[in-house]
Design a protein around this ligand. Structure first.
Ligand SMILES: NC(=O)c1ccc[n+]([C@@H]2O[C@H](COP(=O)([O-])OP(=O)(O)OC[C@H]3O[C@@H](n4cnc5c(N)ncnc54)[C@H](O)[C@@H]3O)[C@@H](O)[C@H]2O)c1
Length: 282
């Protein structure tokens, strides 16, 4: 019997994480506070299945197999018996904090909490629960079904059993994992968010246009995507929240988000998920 997975948050990451666990045969409960987000998630997963298979993800065993094992809900009681929670809600302490207090109250004592955050320290989140040894960072990359490696973050209290259990689950998805110690932004986003923010500053200063900035990275450095397209894929609100977390934690002005980034988020230009960011997505 495959472990039951609870995926909290049905946005950009929740969609991909649910897809990956369901494709590996796990029963998945996907929870969001927004019924609209759940409807959109269902539509996106169904649409992504054929697309990701074309790009190299394992095919569905039979049509409908992936959605068949995903239950959509807005009721937290439905995740009570999950073996593993992957939390993917908005990158904001005021949103995550009450959620962990609720999860702690509702989930069985054995449940392991996997935190899919871009930058918030895992030890800080673990401190919201009465089971800090069962809290671990699982930094999945977007789009989850196509990315071969997961950055796993070892919190101050995370136990060896929790690390082993989590890595085994990730192996079952056909992915590898790499364990790093807890620090804001971990390895990936401490570097990547700075690069993305600096690219936005260049655009703001009219040093070059968005296509030109990205082209220099794809064609000169061989990056698969430029920093601005990467920001659009992540979500500009998530980039902004992550920079705010890095700035708050390190108290170093090098993480100060560009004013253009803040303006675009205020304007509702959030990247791929809203249809418009630095580039347009029909
Ligand atoms: N976007 C990326 O590329 C990426 C990559 C790795 C990690 N992350 C992290 O994953 C998390 C989610 O990011 P995202 O891009 O999917 O965000 P998103 O804005 O696309 O989705 C967040 C979802 O969480 C839901 N939500 C908010 N509060 C909730 C609650 N209390 N209970 C249940 N659902 C709730 C929202 O309704 C929304 O559907 C963030 O912490 C982010 O930093 C994002």
């Amino acid at each position: 019997m495959q472990e039951k997975i609870a995926v909290i948050g049905a946005g950009t990451m929740g969609v991909g994480v649910s897809h990956a666990f369901a494709a590996a045969g796990h029963p998945v409960v996907m929870l969001d506070v927004s019924k609209q987000a759940l409807d959109r998630a269902e539509e996106l997963i169904s649409r992504n299945i054929r697309y990701y298979t074309m790009l190299g993800a394992p095919p569905e065993p039979h049509p409908g197999a992936i959605m068949d094992v995903i239950t959509l809900t807005t009721d937290l009681e439905d995740v009570a018996d999950a073996d593993f929670v992957v939390e993917n809600v908005t990158e904001n302490w005021d949103v995550k904090k009450p959620l962990y207090q609720q999860l702690e109250a509702v989930c069985k004592t054995e449940t392991v909490f996997g935190v899919n955050t871009s930058a918030i320290p895992i030890t800080r989140i673990a401190g919201l629960t009465g089971r800090p040894e069962q809290v671990i960072g699982v930094h999945f990359m977007n789009p989850v079904p196509l990315k071969p490696l997961v950055e796993v973050i070892h919190g101050f209290h995370t136990s060896d059993e929790t690390v082993a259990f989590t890595r085994e689950l990730i192996r079952g998805l056909g992915k590898d994992s790499l364990v790093v110690e807890d620090s804001p932004g971990f390895v990936t986003n401490r570097v990547m968010m700075l690069m993305v923010n600096e690219a936005i500053c260049l655009l703001q200063e009219n040093v070059a246009g968005a296509p030109e900035i990205d082209r220099l990275f794809t064609e000169c450095f061989g990056h698969r995507m430029g920093p601005l397209a990467t920001a659009d894929l992540i979500g500009l609100d998530t980039v902004l929240y992550s920079l705010d977390v890095l700035l708050e934690n390190f108290n170093d002005p090098k993480y100060r988000p560009s004013t253009l980034l803040r303006k675009l988020v205020d304007a509702g230009h959030l990247g791929c998920k809203s249809g418009q960011g630095f580039f347009s997505y029909a």
